[in-house]
Design a protein around this ligand. Structure first.
Ligand code: T4K
Length: 411
């Protein structure tokens, strides 16, 4: 039991955990089923190029997204590029800055300019009014992001898109299985992109998908993701290799089977964090339920440093010393990152405010009540003694553990 600041590992006490707890730990799957699928692929001698497992995966993803077409890809970043290229976008694309760098990078990699517009401070997603204010003669699309699985305001953004004759797309990397007003993420835009990265609720080791109801667009994206094979007539030429392999689809299908259980576990974890951290001054667990149906893959707390007496980064370092590896999704915000720091955009006060506060905590199937109780104990101790914590933190030189914030990475 940690009851005094001296008990914190950051100040020399024993760490709360003897193994690291990670945000983004892959969720549990039935390995026997994965191996069975991999055996099937190996036995069939068909390992890529739209094999049976990829076809089945695409069908399952389209069903979940409530659309007719899904094109599985090797990751979501490339899927976003296929979407941008396939839609023939040029000039500027309006998007939030409160997102992973991939959203902006996918656009700028193709020579277009990401134009950041501010978020709604209550939802964290692109504010339709701010998006409207960012439209210029060079704008070719709106690209919302379903942050932490919270679906964007689809009707408000659709209105802006329609008024300006623009397509509306969504980066739905976090949002598989999420929905708003009964409409699943994936069906809200003209096309959307899911991620099946290892850290996502459903993973294919690495993977992504473009989903859409537009048969012609799906066919174009399908061709573009396979060297442009079969492309004819007007529209973007060329192509790339963005195909999902059968091994990835084997994992994706197995992970999809586990998805309902993952959501139950994530919901339970989210509720447990809320109970542990209820009524702490300046500490708030971001609620997802008032923003539609969520897969709860991201448990995010927001720290108001003024009220709490400590900054989010202090808590991040304190937790890291306890072997709890958090992630500030998403801080810095994209416009604060290279190569966008000098880009032209309207003021983004709500984005900057939120980016300064957020911290994602470990959840998923590798985390249970006991871990959450012990993480809660550390955060409550910090919240009880915020100003003292900050003073002591400032007087403590960083330890090697704090200087190494990631596992398996050199960054
Ligand atoms: N749009 C949005 C809104 C996104 O959030 C993302 C990706 C994309 C687009 C692009 O999707 P992909 O092209 O990746 O399909 C991680 C993921 O790599 C990234 O996919 C994800 N978003 C982002 C939110 O998180 P980092 O830089 O935080 O990764 P890293 O290596 O620091 O790992 C994060 C945590 O996960 C750590 O605690 C370690 C843990 N981890 C990671 C891996 C890879 C594991 O426990 N096992 C693993 O296998 O980006």
């Amino acid at each position: 039991m940690k009851s005094d600041l001296a008990d914190l590992a950051f100040f020399g006490g024993p760490a709360a955990f003897d193994r690291p707890l990670l945000v983004g730990r892959p969720n549990r799957i039935d390995r026997a089923k994965l191996y069975e699928r991999l055996d099937r692929a190996l036995d069939s001698g068909w390992l890529s190029n739209g094999g049976p497992l990829v076809q089945e995966f695409e069908q399952r993803v389209a069903e979940l997204a409530g659309v007719r077409h899904a094109v599985a890809t090797c990751n979501a970043t490339v899927a976003l590029q296929l979407l941008v290229h396939g839609a023939g976008l040029t000039g500027e694309v309006i998007m939030p800055s409160m997102t992973f760098a991939a959203t902006a990078h996918a656009v700028s990699w193709l020579g277009l300019t990401p134009v950041f517009a501010d978020i709604d401070p209550h939802t964290g997603t692109l504010d339709p009014e701010r998006a409207a204010a960012a439209v210029t003669s060079r704008t070719s699309a709106l690209l919302g992001v379903h942050l932490w699985g919270r679906p964007c305001a689809p009707d408000g953004l659709r209105k802006v898109a329609d008024e300006h004759g623009l397509p509306l797309f969504f980066d739905a990397a976090h949002a598989l299985g999420c929905a708003v007003d009964g409409r699943p993420a994936g069906s809200l835009g003209d096309a959307e992109v899911f991620s099946f990265h290892a850290t996502k609720a459903v993973n294919a080791f690495e993977g992504g998908a473009v989903v859409t109801d537009d048969a012609e667009f799906a066919a174009r994206v399908r061709a573009l993701h396979n060297f442009g094979a079969g492309l004819s007539g007007a529209g973007p030429a060329g192509g790339t290799n963005a195909k999902m392999s059968e091994a990835a689809a084997a994992m994706g299908l197995t992970s999809l089977e586990a998805f309902p259980e993952v959501v139950v576990c994530n919901r339970r974890n989210h509720a447990a964090y809320r109970a542990e951290l209820a009524d702490l001054p300046g500490v708030r667990v971001a609620d997802h339920d008032s923003h539609g149906i969520n897969n709860h893959q991201y448990v995010v707390i927001e720290i108001d440093a003024e009220t709490a007496g400590f900054h989010r980064d202090v808590l991040r370092d304190v937790l890291l010393a306890e072997h709890v590896h958090t992630r500030a999704y998403f801080s810095p915000a994209c416009h604060q990152l290279e190569p966008y720091r000098r880009s032209r955009h309207a003021p983004l006060p709500h984005t900057e405010h939120m980016a300064e506060r957020v911290l994602a905590l470990p959840t998923g199937t590798s985390v249970g009540d006991d871990e959450i109780r012990r993480i809660g104990e550390v955060i409550r101790l910090c919240a009880r003694q915020g100003p003292d914590l900050t003073a002591r933190y400032r007087a403590t030189p960083p330890s090697p553990a704090v200087a190494t914030p990631t596992i398996g990475r050199t960054r």
